[in-house]
Design a protein around this ligand. Structure first.
Ligand code: 9WN
Length: 439
């Protein structure tokens, strides 16, 4: 509702504020999520940033994605962080000294010339590439943007489909909570419980220099993150064995289904066969419904592949299949009801969709992915609501997002009930989705 209460001058001011954030966070070839907390390039951040940047400079939006894919590994994976060599090691933990990607050996084909992490993040990139192309098809064609990016996007999706189908049911498994992009979601509490944390004295958390400890994951969380990432690194980032953590996450897989659909359109645009991508997209949506849909709860749940069981916690990832193409109407209708129902409370208890179940004892409105509302997930839900004809809800949500972005100076995340700011401000994807909603 608040969007419509923003006056035209307020909308103009918000647009120029968002543009200022993206210009300030631009480093020459890509955009940092935040100069203070995250001074490098992050994978899914770059995709959301490109979706906003296209309204300011389609060419820069293309470069954002091209620079990320410039660090793609030989096996097709797109690393979750591409490190900026000009930034000191101490500015972010874990940095290049920890991941040691350029020394990872030839198995996974990590690039030699740039340092990256070795894990991945949700595949929003083909969707972003298509939206960037559509914002200025002429410039995109002249630069051969899609023609050059298409094989890289296809290799990325193939890596996920072939190397990461650890459950054998047609869904991607994540091997680390950071891969979901939702680091300390209560959905990982169960799957992580058997992972022995590395003692906090063994690492130095750079995030606590700029961020507040009550807003961030705990030292025990970090101890487990370090344990898992070390095991993956020390096995050469190979996907040929079972690790302690493997989860089928509905958010990750829904974004892949949407991106495969986008890749089909990209293939058509450059005269390639769209069929394999269409087939993969519908297979993913089918597998999501078959393996992760929980009819009684009205949303999708994670599946712990190691334990072989569903995870009971209701997280925002379970709502993201709203954007999965070809979702059965009954499932979509139930999801829309869940967004406004007691667990997420949109329009009654909350102004933005929380990252976690309001009714769970694990809910915490301030702590990172355990309750706060994030702008990127709300953007996905807004788009999904519209795709299923819930326009009034989508309008209300878009309005609330704009209001919250304006009032919080583009916060990283906000209290879902009050929109009170948490985390960093002038955050990349918050500014980007604001521009997209204003366009
Ligand atoms: C670890 C950059 C990233 C986001 C993630 C968010 C957070 C990193 C961290 O920041 O994760 O990748 O250091 O906490 O959880 O979604 O991409 O904005």
């Amino acid at each position: 509702q608040k969007a419509h209460s923003l006056s035209p001058p307020e909308r103009r001011a918000l647009r120029s504020g968002a543009a200022r954030v993206l210009f300030t966070n631009w480093t020459g070839a890509s955009t940092v999520p935040s100069h203070t907390l995250y001074p490098h390039q992050w994978s899914w951040d770059s995709a959301f940033v490109a979706i906003g940047l296209r309204h300011l400079s389609p060419r820069r939006a293309q470069r954002e994605l091209e620079s990320l894919f410039g660090a793609q590994w030989g096996d097709g994976r797109v690393p979750h962080i591409v490190f900026n060599p000009a930034v000191p090691q101490a500015a972010y933990f874990p940095g290049p000294d920890f991941w040691r990607s350029s020394r990872a050996g030839s198995a996974a084909g990590a690039p030699r010339a740039v340092e990256t992490s070795g894990i991945v993040q949700p595949p929003v990139h083909a969707l972003a590439a298509l939206l960037v192309h559509e914002s200025d098809p002429a410039t995109s064609r002249v630069r051969g943007f899609l023609r050059r990016l298409y094989p890289r996007l296809a290799a990325w999706h193939s890596y996920l489909a072939t190397r990461r189908d650890l459950g054998g049911g047609g869904l991607v498994s994540i091997l680390h909570p950071w891969e979901a992009g939702m680091d300390n979601s209560p959905s990982w509490d169960g799957p992580l419980s058997s992972v022995e944390p590395v003692p906090a004295s063994a690492f130095r958390r750079a995030d606590l220099v700029a961020g507040s400890a009550t807003d961030r994951p705990t030292d025990t969380d970090y101890g487990r993150y370090v344990r898992l990432a070390t095991a993956y690194r020390d096995h050469g980032y190979r996907d040929d064995r079972t690790y302690a953590f493997a989860v089928e996450d509905p958010g990750f897989n829904a974004l892949l289904a949407a991106s495969e659909r986008a890749l089909a359109t990209i293939a058509e645009e450059i005269g390639r066969d769209p069929e394999p991508h269409l087939a993969r997209s519908s297979a993913l949506t089918g597998a999501l419904v078959e393996r992760l849909w929980q009819h009684g709860s009205g949303l999708f749940l994670c599946r712990d592949v190691v334990a072989g069981e569903r995870v009971g916690e209701r997280g925002v990832a379970g709502l993201l299949p709203l954007i999965a193409p070809g979702l059965p109407a009954t499932v979509a209708e139930a999801l829309v009801r869940t967004v406004a129902g007691p667990h997420f409370g949109l329009g009654t208890e909350t102004v933005l969709v929380p990252s976690h179940d309001l009714r769970s004892p694990t809910f915490d409105p301030a702590r990172y992915w355990r309750g706060p509302a994030w702008f990127n997930t709300n953007w996905v839900i807004e788009r999904g609501l519209r795709a299923h004809g819930a326009d009034a809800m989508a309008d209300g949500l878009a309005g609330a997002m704009l209001g919250a972005a304006a009032a919080s100076d583009f916060a990283e995340y906000v209290d879902p009930r009050t929109a009170h700011a948490h985390g960093a401000t002038r955050f990349g994807w918050t500014a980007a989705v604001t521009l997209d909603l204003l366009a």
